[in-house]
Design a protein around this ligand. Sequence first.
Ligand SMILES: *C/C=C(C)/C=C/C=C(C)/C=C/C1=C(C)CCCC1(C)C
Length: 264
Amino acid sequence: MITSLKSTVAKFGALLTLSLLTPTYAMAATGSPDLKSNDPVGVSFWVISMALVAATAFFFLEIQRVAPKWKTSLTISGLVTLVAATHYFYMRDVWVTTQATPTVFRYIDWLITVPLLMVEFYIILSAVTKVSGGVFWRLMIGTLVMLIGGYLGEAELMGAWPAFAIGMAGWAYIIYEIYAGEASKINAESATPAVQSAFKLMRNIVLIGWAIYPLGYFLGYLTGAPAANSSNMLNIVYNLADFVNKIGFGVIIWQCAVSESDKK
Ligand SMILES: *C/C=C(C)/C=C/C=C(C)/C=C/C1=C(C)CCCC1(C)C
């Protein structure tokens, strides 16, 4: 009885998501010129948009399957891919129509989704132990410094190199917190084995998967290559990075949640 009610609610949630996404998709798609077969960057915008929609439906549907304390993590994974999918529809249109880098949409998306990903560290630890608010705030500050630095550079409000250095400092601060700071100590001392392994995978994503972004920035702004080549590189590399770091990250959390929920 309760179970079937829950699954009805979850299905309703998934349908609601899809119905919210469909008009956005249709809106973004009308009036845009055809995607050209010689536009690999445009194709990558399309492929990632669709993967993000599918991932959103998946994470929301799987909420019903995991233990209550894991539901929030899956909800957040689904929100990250939902927010990103919506921005991808718009970014794709900007690109296909103008062949220009959709910097503003990209950074609005990151400003919402990166803090949500950071919150996941806090939440998976909180699901199994007590965590101080300081962990949360330090991760947020690192995120803001990283993104503000990057935006100042990409929007040409500051030199590309100094802005890059500010962004790198923010990222380094996050890495310190999850590899050597309080978050890492809490994980090592008090988390369950499944949480510990998820935490380690997640922080490796922040170190290795996230490194794709500064690489994209470097190829886009710091090589001195002609503008058209660099903006192709920039967008293809950022799109690939979003696939790994939004969908891949969510799948790791899903795996952790399922294995923790199944054990009796
Ligand atoms: C879903 C979106 C994610 C996970 C975006 C992450 C973005 C970054 C890790 C950006 C990093 C940057 C630097 C480390 C240096 C400055 C340039 C940035 C903003 C691209």
